[in-house]
Design a protein around this ligand. Structure first.
Ligand code: SF4
Ligand code: SF4
Length: 257
């Protein structure tokens, strides 16, 4: 009850928190000065109870929806809170998918959410994947029971994605990593342009993926002209604690199918 109440308080404060981080992200002191960057990283650590997310490739996101179906979570979609809070409204706007604990804190209290089925959500995820949005699932306090949203992010606008890029905060890597088949790579550089995490580069006319930087979003696969890229499981991957229970369910769903 107390945790649910805390999530509602966060839901009310969310636009202000996002605008505050947006201001910090536009400050040279906090993004470029070593002292400022260290201070920002420390603040991010102290704010461990704020939402943290894990990046999901589209296939894993679709399996996650099957788990939501299995455990009977309602699903509702509303406007992206980053786009609205920062007044950077850009289509598609309705990409904020509240689930589980998010239903009581957002869908039942905030205007503009509409309930959708798991099949509808899967169709949306495929559409959003085609246009290069990054899927990620978030929980407050890094607790599974406070999992509340599947975000589908424009990396130029999304505050958590930009916090991760600047301070390595707010986001965790997903379970997969991109690899390139050099024999198919045409060296066009599209993957370099579309990778929000600067994980792709061209070396001697062929694409190269930095595994450490790759978050496993899979966006580069959608834009690869040579069909040279695929996602493979990341070696020794450990899910963030809040996602482990869901992943066990995903594995059960996989085995049963
Ligand atoms: S290389 Fe970049 S775009 Fe491709 S999966 Fe990794 S992080 Fe995503
Ligand atoms: S988009 Fe594909 S073909 Fe083009 S450089 Fe990247 S891996 Fe190679």
């Amino acid at each position: 009850m107390c945790l649910e109440h805390g999530l509602k308080i966060y839901a009310d404060l969310e636009p202000t928190i996002l605008r505050t981080f947006d201001k910090l992200l536009s400050s040279k002191f906090f993004t470029e000065n070593p002292l400022g960057r260290s201070m920002a990283k420390l603040v991010a650590k102290l704010l461990w109870f704020l939402p943290h997310g894990v990046v999901l490739d589209c296939e894993t996101a679709l399996k996650f929806v099957d788990v939501l179906d299995k455990i009977g979570s309602k699903i509702a979609v509303g406007s992206c809170i980053c786009k609205v809070a920062l007044n950077r409204r850009k289509d598609p706007l309705d990409v904020d998918v509240v689930i589980l604990a998010g239903i009581k804190a957002w869908a039942e209290r905030k205007p503009g959410y509409r309930y959708i089925s798991s099949e509808e959500l899967k169709r949306y995820l495929l559409e959003w994947n085609k246009i290069g949005l990054i899927h990620s699932v978030y929980a407050c306090c890094r607790m599974g029971k406070l999992t509340f949203v599947i975000c589908n992010c424009d990396p130029e606008i999304c505050v958590p994605v930009r916090c991760y890029k600047t301070w390595r905060a707010a986001l965790f890597k997903g379970p997969k990593v991109a690899v390139v088949d050099g024999s198919l790579c045409q060296g066009c550089g599209e993957c370099v342009k579309v990778c929000a995490f600067e994980a792709s580069s061209l070396q001697n006319g062929k694409a190269f993926v930095d595994e450490e930087k790759c978050m496993g979003c899979g966006v580069c696969l959608r834009f690869c002209k040579g069909n040279a890229r695929k996602l493979v499981p990341r070696e020794d991957y450990r899910w963030p604690r809040f996602m482990r229970k869901f992943m066990e369910e995903i594995e059960k769903v996989q085995k049963a199918s």
